[in-house]
Design a protein around this ligand. Structure first.
Ligand code: FNR
Length: 187
């Protein structure tokens, strides 16, 4: 049975204080449907993946991250685009979370993705690459709607508040879609 409250773990692939992608995640938290709770996980302290370290023992922060993914009903990944790809910070975190065989946190985990860039193409290449990675982890990535925010710097005011109504609507559609997507796997 699906729990009353849907717990979503969100993380952004940018460590920047004024990250637009983190701001999009913040808006998702604000705009989430009543029964959905989104928590923002900060990837700053996740160390670089090293199989030797993993073999000895996962660092505490990695254990915390992996447990948070396991406990979540779904993930919301908000990705910037660096050099036509996802940032290393995000790929690194996913590499840690991909491990654990049948207990791997990302295995069969429902995931919604979105991303924003000051550029025109709305993180299209990064999102395509992210989907590719999440096929390998056998995660359940939501097919649509796709949310690609171009010219993201025009969508927020100086204080980092969303000023663009359409962007808010796209995020809401994504979250409503995620709710249905999760229910689909909990019938
Ligand atoms: C970028 N940026 C960028 N944007 C884009 O649309 N396509 C790209 O390939 C790249 N490449 C790229 C590489 C590197 C190393 C940096 C630092 C930046 C610009 C990027 O979208 C912009 O800096 C965003 O604001 C980053 O996201 P956050 O930090 O605002 O969330």
């Amino acid at each position: 049975m699906l729990k009353q409250q849907i717990n979503v773990l969100g993380f952004a692939g940018s460590l920047r204080k004024d990250s637009f992608n983190r701001a999009l995640l913040r808006e998702a938290i604000n705009l989430s449907p009543e029964e959905m709770k989104i928590t923002d996980f900060d990837l700053t302290e996740i160390p670089m993946f090293n199989e030797d370290v993993e073999k000895a023992e996962d660092p505490d922060i990695v254990t915390t991250f992996k447990d948070a993914i396991r406990e979540a009903d779904a993930l919301l990944i908000v990705t910037p685009e660096y050099n036509n790809a996802i940032p290393g910070v995000l790929k690194n975190a996913l590499d840690w979370a991909s491990r654990g065989g049948k207990e791997a946190p990302l295995l069969k985990k429902p995931i919604a993705i979105m991303g924003g860039t000051p550029g025109r193409a709305g993180t299209a290449q990064a999102q395509a690459q992210l989907r590719q990675t999440l096929i390998t982890t056998r995660s359940l990535v939501m097919v649509e709607p796709q949310v690609l925010i171009s010219e993201v710097h025009r969508k927020f005011d100086e204080q980092g508040h969303l000023t663009d109504e359409k962007t808010g609507q796209y995020i809401q559609r994504l979250l409503n879609g995620l709710e249905d997507w999760i229910k689909h796997f909990n019938k």
